[in-house]
Design a protein around this ligand. Structure first.
Ligand code: ADP
Ligand code: MG
Length: 292
């Protein structure tokens, strides 16, 4: 590869909002066979909203929402912001909490007025010994609608099923269509519920789904996609995406995401527009053609 053609390609990328942090990323991107995306904040807007709050037993809906929002006030997760915003919309006054703890990729816990309040996914509730049989397949039903089901428990007794929904970015469906037209396979790696992940994958035409992946597991999920020597580009935005960005053949970070993701990536998309993923691959292919 001549330094000049790499410089020209890098310059064209910059004009489109694609930053190649290393020249060899521009050369290697054309070999990509699989593009794997993080879900929240990458395929989706990363701004979920509360869609469901189904109380179990005789809890008052607003009393329960006050408690779980009080706990989520201390979390920076997009789910937490959705729940706090819903409580604010209802004009609820949040309480102070003690003993707050995050189980990363699982849920949150804290004490409110002497009671232990937990909110998280089914796996987390299982670890805490919370019995979920009362709600049957509610979570599956919500998941199949593309919503993320969560459970709230008070002193380890189920108190509500909660769901949030995070809409796709406007450009996601088209970007994936372009990747398919370019002959690539498209995957999703997420910590979210399997039903939810599959529903979202159907909405945007994703071929392969790795769901309920804990933050430490994203690297293994990338390695699994790399089996058989497939070249995998991973696209992500979060702190927990940094190791997967480093493991992938070419890491692509969303420039509006966290600094640690950007530092771990070789390509940075200046906006969240996913059309620049197929654009970056086309640019790489065109640059190498010019070199030959
Ligand atoms: P993603 O890959 O979609 O970014 P995360 O790894 O951040 O997912 O979270 C995975 C799952 O952990 C969520 O779907 C949810 O069930 C649970 N979870 C994580 N953080 C929280 C929180 N602050 N409140 C409730 N549940 C949470
Ligand atoms: Mg994300």
């Amino acid at each position: 590869a001549t330094p000049t053609s790499i410089m020209v390609g890098t310059g064209k990328g910059a004009e489109m909002g694609i930053l190649f942090r290393r020249g060899d990323a521009l050369q290697r991107l054309r070999n990509t066979q699989v593009v794997a995306f993080d879900k929240t904040g990458t395929l989706t807007k990363g701004q979920p909203e509360l869609t469901d709050l189904e109380v179990v037993g005789d809890w008052n809906e607003n009393d329960l929402l006050t408690r779980i929002a009080s706990v989520e006030q201390a979390s920076e997760h997009p789910i937490a912001r959705a729940i706090v915003a819903a409580a604010e919309d209802r004009g609820l006054t949040l309480s102070g909490v003690t003993d707050f703890n995050t189980a990363t990729g699982k849920g949150v816990v804290a004490h409110v007025d002497g009671q232990e309040i937990t909110l998280g996914g089914a796996g987390y509730m299982g670890e805490l010994g919370v019995d979920l049989t009362a709600v049957g397949d509610t979570a599956e039903r919500l998941g199949n609608q593309g919503r993320t089901p969560l459970y709230a428990a008070v002193d380890r007794r189920l108190a509500a099923v909660v769901a949030v929904a995070d809409p796709l970015k406007e450009t996601t469906v088209d970007a994936i269509r372009y990747l398919h037209e370019a002959g690539l396979r498209v995957a999703m790696i997420t910590g979210d519920n399997t039903h939810t992940a599959n529903a979202i994958a159907r909405q945007c035409g994703i071929d392969e789904v790795k769901a309920e992946v804990l933050p430490d597991g994203k690297v293994d999920a990338v390695k699994a996609l790399q089996e058989g020597g497939r070249a995998v580009a991973f696209v992500g935005d979060g702190i927990n995406d940094a190791p997967a960005l480093a493991q992938s053949d070419v890491g692509i970070a969303i420039g509006t995401g966290t600094d640690i993701a950007i530092e771990s990536a070789e390509v940075v998309l200046m906006s969240g527009d996913l059309q620049n993923v197929p654009n970056a691959i086309s640019l790489s292919r065109a640059t190498i053609r010019n070199i030959k």
